[in-house]
Design a protein around this ligand. Structure first.
Ligand code: AP5
Ligand code: MG
Length: 213
């Protein structure tokens, strides 16, 4: 099963993608997590990506596409994968379609987690992210068992640099301008499904799995 999670920053893509990956036994591939790991390890890719990410802008397509296309050649992607944060532009979606076509494959579901902009700003201030494994928490809606510590890997939880309200506004604008067009792109391919992302986390999950099961 090949799945894309679509939706605004903070819509809950990562939260749902992690749970779906566990349920269906396929890898969760988050380009944001890949970049953050590279920034943490101070790699060349991380240095290039950081400036864009801190401003809430997209990292240029050429730094993203090859990395992802290589990633899905790994053996763990044989049964499928869940993309979270990729593709994010029409050229990225076209490159992905082309790469999958070459293997007679396609995206089965592009799941849009829909949340209005007003709700997003409120959510982001309370988000905490694990620097180790990328797990995401919320101080109110999804708190870790021990404050500031990841339930899964025991690493520290941080407030992401790009979660300041000003940057969140810029990220929302980038989403509407550059990523929202992908909804039509996948609707035309018959792969788009829309889920109400304002419901609680488990209800959103239930709505998604009803479709995927
Ligand atoms: P990325 O890491 O992908 O960030 P994003 O798309 O902005 O999305 P977020 O991770 O912020 O939100 P999410 O939808 O995963 O929400 P979450 O589950 O955490 O990208 C970061 C940056 O990297 C980009 O700005 C760009 O610069 C660069 N980048 C990445 N990919 C790229 C690409 N392909 N091309 C170019 N550049 C790229 O949930 C948010 C919060 O809400 C959490 O606290 C969570 O606990 C809580 N929550 C979740 N669901 C619910 C719910 N139902 N009710 C209440 N609270 C909830
Ligand atoms: Mg995320």
């Amino acid at each position: 099963m090949k799945i894309i999670m679509l939706g605004a920053p903070g819509a809950g893509k990562g939260t749902q993608a992690k749970m779906l990956a566990d349920r269906y036994g396929i890898p969760h591939i988050s380009t944001g997590d890949i970049f953050r790991a590279n920034i943490k390890n101070n790699t060349e890719l991380g240095q290039k990506a950081k400036g864009f990410m801190d401003k809430g802008l997209l990292v240029p397509d050429e730094l993203v596409v090859d990395l992802v296309i290589d990633r899905i050649k790994n053996a763990d992607c044989m049964r499928g994968f869940i993309f979270d944060g990729f593709p994010r532009t029409v050229p990225q979606a076209e490159a992905l379609t082309y790469a999958l076509n070459n293997q007679n494959e396609k995206i089965d579901y592009a799941i849009e987690v829909e949340v209005p902009d007003e709700n997003i700003i409120e959510r982001m201030g309370g988000r905490r992210a694990c620097v180790g494994c990328g797990a995401t928490y919320h101080v109110v809606f999804n708190a870790p068992k021990v404050e500031g510590i990841c339930d899964h890997c025991g690493e520290k939880l941080i407030l992401r640099d790009d979660d300041k309200p000003e940057t969140v506004k810029d990220r929302l604008k980038v989403y509407h301008d550059q990523t929202q067009p992908l909804i039509d792109f996948y609707a035309e391919k018959g792969a788009h499904v829309r889920i109400d992302g304002t419901q609680d986390i488990m209800k959103v999950f239930e709505d998604i799995t009803k479709i995927l099961d």
